[in-house]
Design a protein around this ligand. Structure first.
Ligand SMILES: [Zn+2]
Length: 444
């Protein structure tokens, strides 16, 4: 489904925003309450069931060799027939059911055009979604799915759910064609809205960009610094003590390791189960079973848990980065860092596979955009080559003239030429600063 290209896809733009379903009162004369979370989950259930119903019918027709393509129109009629017969279907968004039909038609199209395997039955998983369509009024051009803003609180109006609380940084102004509601394995709910891209519907910030009060009046300090960034450690070229960012608590790390081990084990067990099952069904019916290993409940549970823990960790890391980069920008006018985007392999001690692997660049990017907010503040990137291997005092490079390169675990060393004793990362930070200052003087 992901690979499909629609004719109008080019002109569509989608926006993904987090939503916060809750219990709301629907005031239509009567005081009816809607539990939005429960209704979303119910819609997942119903659309899943409905998809399988349709697939059963289609399979029968296929078996009877009725070579009739079912049109969307036929399905629309089918939806209303089903809704009359089944009260459960009446309670959920009818456009979600229609989009379920569309999804099946598409699955068949993909099969016939050899883009995909024969459609299979859907099963409820921990990650679920359904798609609602907006009805666009001919007179006003306004969609039934739209954003509202009351007293600064943003909400989105969705079929059957009513107003759902929403959070995001920008939102489109054009009429919304479809909205896909997703429940992710982290437990969060999101909505992806699709709007037609026109010249009229430019993006608008969801929240007015706050005028950072201290933007203009951050004081210049005249201080310069070089940073050797080895997340979670950051070494400074000046007397600032080494900063250690607490990316995760020991309990969190332990918890994550435990669940990652469980996930691996459960994946293995589920795969074995699939093999056995396929084998049995193959012997009996000559086809593969309808069950897939990733549908295993215990596997999904572990997967969800690991995703949650990782999201939590990433959030914590971002907060720390935000706080610390702000401090740095306040304290220093010029900050020199290594340009890790050039080639991080040049810096020998950064091979470890860890969350820190992706972090330094994020940290540097944050510093850079914060520096741009203030006149007189800047971040300079320099070539990371040999910053750890070069003696700051005399410029001797380890690994030359018959000396050996410093190994990864050498934290302190004495220069064989000038005999100055160095702390490895402090020395590197000072080299980084020197390179930065050299590059400035070259410019001017
Ligand atoms: Zn030296």
């Amino acid at each position: 489904m992901a690979k499909r290209k629609q004719k109008n896809e080019k002109s569509m733009k989608s926006y993904r925003l987090r939503i916060y379903p809750k219990v709301v009162e629907v005031s239509k004369g009567t005081h009816k309450t809607v539990d939005q979370t429960a209704l979303i989950e119910e819609t997942f259930d119903v659309t899943c069931w409905f998809y399988n119903q349709l697939l059963t019918i289609q399979k029968q027709r296929y078996a009877e060799d009725i070579n009739v393509r079912v049109s969307r129109n036929d399905f629309t009629k089918l939806v209303s027939a089903y809704r009359k017969a089944n009260p459960r279907l009446k309670d959920v968004d009818s456009t979600a059911l229609q989009n379920t039909c569309v999804a099946l038609v598409r699955a068949y199209d993909n099969f016939f055009q050899k883009r995909a395997k024969f459609p299979k039955f859907h099963k409820r998983r921990f990650t679920n979604s359904y798609t609602a369509s907006g009805r666009i009024a001919k007179t006003t051009g306004k969609s039934s799915i739209h954003f509202t803003n009351e007293n600064g609180d943003y909400q989105i109006r969705l079929p059957k759910l009513g107003l759902v609380d929403i959070k995001g940084s920008r939102f489109p102004t054009g009429p919304i064609k479809t909205a896909t509601i997703t429940h992710e394995s982290t437990g969060r709910y999101y909505v992806s809205v699709q709007v037609e891209r026109t010249e009229l519907n430019q993006e608008k910030p969801l929240h007015p960009v706050s005028k950072r009060a201290n933007n203009a009046d951050i004081a210049l300090t005249g201080k310069v610094v070089g940073l050797d960034i080895n997340i979670p450690h950051i070494d400074f070229s000046d007397d600032h003590p080494v900063k250690r960012l607490e990316l995760e608590t020991p309990e969190e790390a332990k918890h994550l390791r435990l669940w990652e081990r469980r996930l691996a084990r459960r994946r293995l067990i589920a795969k074995q189960k699939q093999q056995q099952l396929d084998h049995q069904v193959q012997a009996k019916l000559g086809t593969d079973s309808d069950w897939y290993w990733w549908e295993s409940k215990s596997y999904q549970e572990a997967k969800q848990h690991v995703a949650k823990l990782k999201a939590h960790q990433a959030h914590r890391r971002d907060l720390l980065f935000q706080r610390f980069t702000t401090q740095l920008i306040q304290e220093y006018d010029t900050i020199v860092v290594e340009d890790l985007s050039v080639n991080r392999m040049l810096k020998d001690h950064r091979h470890a596979k860890h969350i820190s692997e992706i972090s330094p660049n994020r940290f540097i990017t944050m510093l850079e955009y914060k520096a741009k907010w203030h006149d007189g503040k800047r971040v300079i990137r320099v070539d990371p080559k040999f910053t750890s291997q070069t003696c700051y005092d005399c410029g001797f490079v380890m690994g030359t003239e018959g000396t050996e390169k410093l190994g990864l675990n050498v934290r302190e060393w004495t220069c064989p030429k000038c005999h100055v004793h160095h702390l490895r990362d402090k020395n590197a930070a000072r080299n980084i600063l020197k390179r930065g200052l050299d590059s400035i003087s070259e410019e001017s």
